[in-house]
Design a protein. Structure first.
Length: 350
């Protein structure tokens, strides 16, 4: 291959990447429910397989395990949506109180550092804090509750069709090629993707549920308002690597700061809230996960930035599974296997 051919391939590759990115951005309302429904299907199938591995449940028919997994998954998702809808309405009524507490806290901070009598501080407080309308922001979120419910319904419909076509999927694979070796390779690839992504999503979901429950108990003891809502938010944000746990702890900590107006109660609350985060994230999760996702931490970080810019918070949640699938697929193609090696965690693709 000449230098000119290499530059041409690079040019076409960059153009293709930009085109795909543009399609993903303008088609996010179409692609997001599809990707989320695939995640739901993975969780259901992974949970059914996990139930079959539990001692004493090996003899349960697969149909019963799948039915139980569907009921549990749908019940949890319905509970999450219901709590979000209920708490969003209640939070909107208390936003003016939070806004007044925030303004009082800023004023106390200004007095503490001797800036309250400065004209420049008065102007800053009037222009930035005095005009802050948190109620309008939260009201916009409450209005979008209908769209949340609608998206949730679409995801469930897509997931139901994906699960219903599971049995016929094997026949479709068999007809993809007349070469038995090629069919076997495709099946092994799909099986590897299903095993790794399914294991990751199920274990991650169970860990996030445990984290949400532990956070709920801690916030309940500290008297945090809407502890159930914040617990669900912490569990969902924990799907986002590196930053999700930090943001999840920071949100209720801000309420503690507004309530007490002092830094030491906030520090104590953060330390207590960090205990389940550290225990689950640094000890329990690595033991359960093993090497299910062989992706470099730096690659995960870059993937997180890319998918967040494309699809927002949902893209951040989907970044890790998408990158893991990409690494597995690239590792099965001879021409792209070196790329998979570079994207992997330790260079091993086994």
């Amino acid at each position: 291959m000449t230098t000119q051919d290499g530059l041409a391939r690079l040019f076409y590759g960059v153009g293709l990447a930009l085109m795909i990115g543009w399609i993903l951005v303008i088609g996010r309302t179409i692609f997001l429910p599809i990707f989320m429904s695939i995640i739901v299907a993975y969780v259901v199938l992974g949970l059914a397989e996990l139930i079959g591995r539990v001692p004493g449940f090996e003899g349960i028919p697969a149909s019963l395990r799948y039915a139980f997994a569907i009921v549990v998954s749908l019940g949890l998702m319905a509970l999450i949506v219901w709590l979000i809808v209920q708490n969003a309405t209640q939070v909107s009524t208390l936003v003016p109180v939070y806004q007044d507490q925030l303004l009082a806290l800023v004023q106390r901070g200004a007095v503490a550092v001797g800036l309250d009598d400065e004209p420049s501080w008065q102007s800053l407080r009037r222009d930035l804090v005095g005009h802050m309308n948190l109620h309008r922001v939260v009201l916009g979120s409450v209005v979008s509750v209908a769209s949340i419910i609608g998206t949730f319904a679409v995801i469930l419909i897509y997931a139901a069709f994906i699960l219903s076509e599971q049995k016929s999927f094997s026949n479709k694979i068999a007809r993809l090629s007349d070469q038995p070796a090629k069919v076997t390779q495709i099946r092994e690839l799909i099986r590897d993707v299903n095993r790794r992504i399914g294991t990751y999503l199920v274990i991650k979901s169970l860990i996030n549920i445990a984290l949400g429950v532990a956070s709920y108990v801690i916030m309940l003891v500290h008297g945090i308002e809407f502890a159930g809502f914040w617990a669900i938010l912490i569990g969902l944000l924990n799907y986002i690597p590196y930053f999700g746990g930090i943001v999840g702890v920071a949100l209720p900590s801000f309420l503690v700061l507004l309530e007490h107006g002092e830094i030491w109660p906030v520090i104590a609350f953060i330390l207590v809230m960090s205990i389940p985060q550290v225990a689950l994230g640094n000890f329990i999760e690595p033991r359960l996960m093993g090497n299910s996702l062989n992706v470099s931490p730096f690659v995960i970080l870059v993937s997180l930035a890319v998918w967040t810019s494309l699809w927002g918070i949902v893209g951040a949640i989907l970044a890790v599974p998408i990158m893991a699938i990409l690494v597995i697929i690239l590792s099965e193609i001879d021409a792209t296997r070196p790329i998979a090696v570079l994207l992997s965690k330790d260079g091993s693709l086994n």
